[in-house]
Design a protein around this ligand. Structure first.
Ligand SMILES: CC(C)(COP(=O)(O)OP(=O)(O)OC[C@H]1O[C@@H](n2cnc3c(N)ncnc32)[C@H](O)[C@@H]1OP(=O)(O)O)[C@@H](O)C(=O)NCCC(=O)NCCS
Length: 140
């Protein structure tokens, strides 16, 4: 997660507008994982705005701590890939903090490969943290 606790200032109305804008684009989506009571995870695929990068979607995801380690993340990525195939998105890409072993394990398991390292891309608790760039090409 990029934002730290208390850093998000978006109002509910602003968030609603953002989500509506995302869902109005053919190459963007947000998928939710739900148990019987409430959402437990999400993945967003955010495709590029130009002809040259509209086949390429950046993904962001999160699963509630209480529901992690139960395959929710993997299911979300499987569904995101189905969505990508259906709307001509041919490349899924992401960045992940280098110490996030759980996320990296999940991404590798579903076929993402490391493409490079953004050294000291973030500062967390006052310390520089590397980010790993990963991507998966979707066959036609
Ligand atoms: C990363 C995250 C999305 C994974 O979701 P999840 O539902 O827990 O994922 P899954 O249960 O489908 O799979 C997790 C895999 O990591 C493995 N794993 C769990 N803890 C691990 C650890 N400490 N080190 C390495 N692998 C670990 C699990 O065993 C599982 O692999 P397996 O099926 O081969 O056993 C979720 O933990 C999360 O939201 N974390 C906080 C936010 C975040 O990091 N988002 C991603 C930012 S790029």
């Amino acid at each position: 997660m990029l934002l730290e606790p208390g850093e998000r200032t978006t109002t509910e109305e602003q968030q609603h507008q953002r989500i509506t804008a995302i869902l109005s684009q053919a190459n963007q989506t947000i998928l939710l994982a739900e148990n019987t009571e409430k959402p437990v995870g999400f993945v967003a695929g955010l495709g590029g705005p130009c002809r040259r990068n509209r086949h390429c979607a950046h993904l962001v995801m999160g699963v509630l701590q209480a529901s992690s380690g139960q395959g929710v993340g993997q299911s979300l990525l499987v569904e995101l890939e189905k969505w990508a195939r259906g709307c001509n998105v041919r490349r899924l890409e992401l960045t992940v903090m280098a110490h996030n072993a759980r996320a990296i394990r999940l991404y590798e398991k579903v076929g993402f490969v490391e493409e490079g390292i953004k050294r000291h891309a973030l500062v967390v608790d006052g310390r520089p943290v590397d980010e790993i760039c990963m991507a998966k090409l979707i066959d036609a």
